[in-house]
Design a binder for this molecule. Structure first.
Ligand code: IMP
Ligand code: MG
Length: 184
């Protein structure tokens, strides 16, 4: 798909290498993930925990495709800034106020790359004694050497390129693109 005038305006002159996941492709897969999650949790309280900022668009589309009662909260972890290489340095800037103990926790991530961010977060969350802890990642690059928790729900096995759009950023730009594109 060649970018329309609208997406050209969103890009403001930046050239993307290629569109990797179109709007319709993402919507179809998110609906399937919603069905799988609905089927996987027959009982108990479900807290969908979005990892900000990258998951904000995915999470908002995903929860509307889950047909059961649930609650939503967020985590803010700072990983890498303007670079495109993960440092493994993870800090929690916002911690959910709701209690995690005894509840099913579904951690929602935009993309699993080296897994360093997730490995640290999973340790922190397990200390709070949830009834279960699973992860849903829109994209999985399959480059992580060791994941303490493999995502139970994965949208797409992603190419090892740097991706932007649908919440994913490069130096805080491009999160608002409705599709996912490769920057380089
Ligand atoms: P990890 O700790 O290396 O797994 O990186 C996790 C975080 O890095 C993700 O939640 C994203 O915010 C960011 N990230 C990793 N790969 C990409 C990419 O291709 N595009 C944009 N952000 C990425
Ligand atoms: Mg980021």
């Amino acid at each position: 798909m060649l970018p329309s005038t609208e997406t050209e305006r969103q890009l403001g002159g930046t050239k993307l290498a290629r569109i990797v996941y179109e709007v319709e492709t993402i919507a179809k897969r998110v609906a399937e993930l919603g069905q799988a999650i609905t089927a996987a949790y027959p009982d108990g309280e479900l807290l969908v925990l979005g990892l900000l900022k990258g998951s904000f668009i995915f999470l908002s589309d995903l929860v509307r495709r889950i047909d059961r009662p649930l609650q939503v909260d967020f985590l803010v972890a700072a990983s890498y800034g303007a670079g495109t290489v993960s440092s493994g340095d993870v800090r929690l800037l916002y911690d959910p106020e709701t209690t995690l103990a005894g509840r099913h926790i579904l951690l929602v991530e935009d993309i699993v790359d080296t897994g360093r961010t997730l490995n640290r977060l999973v340790e922190l969350l397990r200390e709070r004694r949830p009834r279960s802890l699973e992860m849903c990642a829109l994209l999985h690059k399959h480059v992580a050497e060791h994941l303490v928790l493999e995502p139970k729900f994965v949208g797409f096995d992603a190419p090892r390129a740097f991706l932007v759009g649908y919440g994913l950023d490069h130096a805080e730009n491009f999160r608002h693109l409705p599709y996912i594109a490769s920057l380089t």
